[in-house]
Design a protein around this ligand. Structure first.
Ligand code: AMP
Ligand code: ZN
Length: 112
């Protein structure tokens, strides 16, 4: 498997872990765009949100719960943003489904 985020989830490529369980791994983004910028990924390789199928529905819910749990643990009581880029036009650059949990500054809308 040549996927960067699969290698990060398995520990083959180092990362700064923030949360982990049997289904999910979360780690610090290497190029943070906000004071808190965490990536949440399923341990299972799913190429993008567009590639998620019916059997992934519980996992997708769990990923969202983990995003909220990380925000709580990071003290983002004033608010935060959860982003999923899907596909080229969606701005996805790593082809393994991931949620961005971003906070610690005022977010603007709409994103670019
Ligand atoms: P996206 O553009 O939505 O696919 O987001 C990919 C994210 O992965 C970007 O925010 C990158 O900074 C981040 N990233 C790329 N390589 C690494 C890495 N080795 N460790 C942590 N984050 C990474
Ligand atoms: Zn992968």
């Amino acid at each position: 498997m040549s996927c960067l985020f699969c290698k990060i989830a398995s520990g083959e490529i180092p990362s700064t872990a923030v949360y982990q369980d049997d289904l999910v791994y979360a780690f610090a983004d290497i190029n943070p765009k906000s004071p808190v910028h965490i990536l949440v990924i399923p341990r299972e390789h799913i190429g993008s949100l567009a590639e998620a199928v019916d059997e992934h529905r519980p996992l997708l819910g769990h990923l969202m719960w983990v995003a909220a749990e990380i925000a709580r643990r990071k003290g983002l009581a004033k608010g935060y943003r959860v982003v999923v880029n899907s596909g080229d036009e969606g701005g996805q650059t790593v082809d393994h489904l991931h949620l961005h949990v971003m906070g610690g500054r005022q977010m603007t809308w709409p994103p670019g």
